[in-house]
Design a protein around this ligand. Sequence first.
Ligand code: HGY
Ligand code: MN
Ligand code: MN
Ligand code: MN
Length: 396
Amino acid sequence: MWRDLTPIGRDAESKGYRRFAWTEADRDCRDWFRSQAETRGLTYELDRNGNQWAWLGDPTREDAVVTGSHLDSVPDGGPFDGPLGVVSSFAALDELRHRGAEFTRPLAIVNFGDEEGARFGLACVGSRLTAGQLTRDQAHRLRDADGVTLPRAMEQAGHDPEAIGPDPERLARIGAFVELHVEQGRALDLTGDRIGVASAIWPHGRWRFDFRGEANHAGTTRLVDRRDPMLPYAETVLAARREAQLAGAVATFGKIAVEPNGVNAIPSLVRGWLDSRAADQSALDTVVTAVEKAAREHAARHGVDLDVVRESFTPVVEFGHALRDELTGILGPDTPVLGTGAGHDAGILSASIPTAMLFVRNPTGVSHSPAEFAAEDDCLAGVTALADVLEGLACR
Ligand code: HGY
Ligand code: MN
Ligand code: MN
Ligand code: MN
């Protein structure tokens, strides 16, 4: 199963994954998911928001146990972030069938579309639409770097963009959602554990900083005559690192767009995206406020205009104790419980249904990079743990 999936969307040079929403690689991943579902005799379903479901049992009941994750990636992402959760879900079902488990509740495996937001800039689009945290109109306004709108991309992929929207009936059918995910950090490696349970997802958001200056000739324009937006942008990147350090938070300017983007042209516009996260809201607010203040001071000093737009924000997610304690009850009371700075579909759904997460050890701690890694025996331990959890929740 894993071997069929890993070549899809993998760049030969970087060895990283480029599985972006509604592209051919995304289509191939979806075809893979459907074939895995149908090979197992599960009822396959593509929902109005482009999420894929594979059902065992009566999907109309209101107490289904759902597991799964996403298959899309960030640019040059790693092989485990998302796919490990989906593959482990199918493998856990195989394990439960091997055990002869008798299901007393429906089970579904899900692939949530566009979790990373790599193409259209907003994370968790599939689960946000389903949970009613993103409206159709907001989704229709999303566009990629080439100006292709989300509706257009959906149409090109054969999905009706007018059908997207909240899906409360579907959520009403779910009694519990458990997402297995590779750990994006080294907490389990440091404690020597293979598996952990999530306690919370840090509050996090994305802010766009538009520094507007004056395009001009790089060779003939005197320094004193310039209104170069690249300078306040650079100073703001350094300010973000400083403010995050002070607040015990994280802040990253990882994406930039420059116009006209010519080697010999002073930019007219430098657009930078800040991703900032912190264990608590007040620390996050402190960082973002301080970074914006610094950006405005630097911009003014260089005669550059600045617009700051909050593009997305996810408040802290505390996973409910009831389901979390059920998991540690099944996996063992000394199962480590750990927070994460990474966003997940489970974080979005936790506002609507009982949700929990399992983490699988990643000895490198690296993610969103081809260097992301999980050892085979840890992945197998993840499958066993997920099978134990699903058996405890959905079987006699
Ligand atoms: O950005 C995140 O934390 C997630 O990987 N989408
Ligand atoms: Mn990710
Ligand atoms: Mn992920
Ligand atoms: Mn429309």
